[in-house]
Design a binder for this molecule. Structure first.
Ligand SMILES: [Zn+2]
Length: 85
């Protein structure tokens, strides 16, 4: 039950990437990766879809985990905002 719910969320995440890729003219993942900010924004959109889905089914624990994962993506692509560098 939990497994299939989180699979649906992950599927929606990937579907959002496909929609973004389509909107960008099928640049492909490599095309997005050349710009860290664009890559992060792509992840942000996909995670938002996943978080909203988790909350819609009352799975707030997964939503929190996903928010934390999105923060890690932000650090990865844009650097740590608290790092001071
Ligand atoms: Zn992603």
């Amino acid at each position: 039950m939990l497994d299939s719910d989180s699979s649906i969320g992950a599927l929606r995440h990937e579907m959002q990437h496909l929609r973004d890729d389509q909107a960008a003219g099928w640049l492909g993942y490599q095309g997005h990766m050349s710009d860290p900010r664009a890559a992060y924004e792509m992840e942000e959109r996909a995670y938002t879809v996943e978080i909203e889905y988790a909350e819609s089914i009352g799975d707030y624990e997964s939503a929190d985990i996903l928010r934390h994962s999105l923060e890690e993506e932000r650090s990865h692509y844009l650097g740590d905002p608290h790092g001071g560098a």
